[in-house]
Design a protein around this ligand. Structure first.
Ligand SMILES: Nc1nc2c(ncn2[C@@H]2O[C@H](COP(=O)(O)OP(=O)(O)OP(=O)(O)O)[C@@H](O)[C@H]2O)c(=O)[nH]1
Ligand SMILES: [Mg+2]
Length: 416
């Protein structure tokens, strides 16, 4: 985006705005999270305001009285912007900016900002830029008066008015171009996936709420050196590593982008191919931050997002992580999981057990064979050794006796 717009650095002081539609919803927690998101994006939260309404105001997000209250708060706290906790419609954004005469942002924009700062591979960058442009394009329609601020994220001023007129067409062209580039990347990814499945190696996708400890787990298990940080969305690009299990079998582990409540749909759309890593996995390792008071809600969001992505019917192992930080140990349950385990990705607690569980799952997915191969077929035993688990091997007069677990996919090959 930097080449399309003039960007000026500002020190941002923001007020967070939320709408609570019922007494028992999670507006407070959602605003806590928005504070973290804002700080990750580089803004300081100086205040928050919650309106209780039956529903979000269709024209201005919050009602007239609250707008007045917010206006005073902006003045008193010398705020430079407000962030609404839901994605605003173009009209809501425009109206609220006019009413407040200050930069108005929403949760989606902040998440997009963070993603933009984090993306490192070309695929990640393309995906983020695509999501940003679509978000902005939708908000350019028919706008004039507040154009000077529109679409600016944390620490930036929006593009100038003259530029925007030109940009509308440029943005459309750019979206089309990025779409084509992304299609190329996707094709490449498909090829890699095909190669992988030809190799018969099973894949486990590490999924979970952002900051749950997914990258830390991958690093501890495989020495992958993925960036782990106490920040939201540290990982945007999937990393895959081989993990050798105790019985000699191997499994591929893929670290994935974290989930969050109200994940912007532009991002889900743009990041679909990345998020779909989980769809092509054989096993889901669901990492949960058991030290977080929002654990239950976060697990719910993860399952909801997985369902939206069409990831169902997988073997799920839920890992209640950060046990080293859990003081009151309670019984942790996840009825959606096939297995659960308490671990600490940091100290390594439970990780040997995890490897055993993975081995067990692989065995369940494999078929037990027991037979004698002629010496001329020794090559087949190599195949078994590589992709299955050789339990017994005995060189006898009539041939080689073999007892082994083999994956379904090569069962045909090695039994002829
Ligand atoms: N105390 C403790 N901290 C942990 C543990 N596992 C991870 N962390 C910390 O939690 C923070 C987030 O860890 P990451 O591995 O980056 O989390 P992630 O799930 O990959 O997060 P995103 O990539 O942002 O979605 C880091 O500061 C880690 O050091 C654990 O078992 N115990
Ligand atoms: Mg990560």
């Amino acid at each position: 985006m930097a080449d399309l717009f003039d960007i000026e650095k500002l020190e941002e002081k923001v007020i967070l705005v939320g709408v609570s539609t019922s007494d028992d919803d999670d507006t407070m927690e959602s605003l806590d999270e928005l504070t973290d998101l804002a700080s990750t994006a580089g803004a300081v939260t100086v205040g928050r305001i919650i309106q209780n309404r039956e529903q979000v105001h269709p024209g201005t997000y919050i009602g007239k009285g609250k707008i007045q209250e917010l206006r005073e708060m902006v003045y008193e706290l010398s705020a430079t912007g407000v962030i609404c906790d839901d994605e605003l419609s173009p009209a809501q954004l425009r109206n609220l900016e006019q009413e407040l005469d200050i930069k108005v942002m929403d949760r989606t924009l902040i998440i997009l900002d963070i993603f933009a700062a984090r993306a490192s591979t070309s695929e990640g960058k393309i995906q983020v830029e695509l999501a940003q442009l679509k978000y902005r394009l939708a908000r350019l329609v028919g706008l004039r008066s507040s154009l000077s601020r529109l679409g600016g994220g944390i620490g930036t001023r929006g593009p100038g008015e003259k530029k925007l007129e030109m940009d509308r067409r440029l943005i459309k062209d750019r979206i089309a171009q990025l779409g084509r580039e992304l299609a190329d990347v996707k094709r490449h990814r498909e090829v890699v996936r095909m190669k992988r499945s030809k190799n018969q190696t099973l894949v486990a996708a590490i999924v979970g709420y952002t900051n749950a400890g997914k990258s830390t787990l991958l690093n501890h298990l495989t020495d992958a050196k993925v960036l782990e940080e106490d920040k939201l969305f540290a990982t945007l690009d999937p990393t895959t590593r081989m993990l050798a299990l105790n019985g000699g079998q191997e499994i591929l582990l893929t670290d994935t982008v974290g989930f969050i409540r109200k994940l912007p749909h532009h991002l889900i759309e743009a990041f679909r191919s990345t998020l779909e890593e989980a769809k092509y996995a054989d096993i889901i390792l669901h990492v949960v931050d058991a030290s977080n008071t929002q654990m239950e809600k976060q697990m719910f969001v993860v399952y909801e997002t997985l369902a939206n992505l069409g990831v169902t019917d997988k073997t799920v192992v839920t890992l209640f992580n950060k046990q080293d930080r859990v003081i009151e140990k309670e019984t942790l349950r996840d009825f959606k999981a096939d297995k659960t385990l308490c671990i600490s990705a940091k100290t390594g607690e439970g990780l040997e057990e995890l490897k055993n569980i993975l081995e067990q799952i692989l065995q369940e997915k494999n078929i037990l064979i027991e037979r004698i191969y002629p010496y001329a077929d020794a090559g087949l035993i190599q195949l078994i050794r590589k992709y299955g688990q050789l339990l017994e091997e005995d060189y006898r007069a009539e041939g080689i006796y073999v007892k082994a677990y083999v994956p379904m996919e090569i069962y045909g090959n090695v039994t002829g």
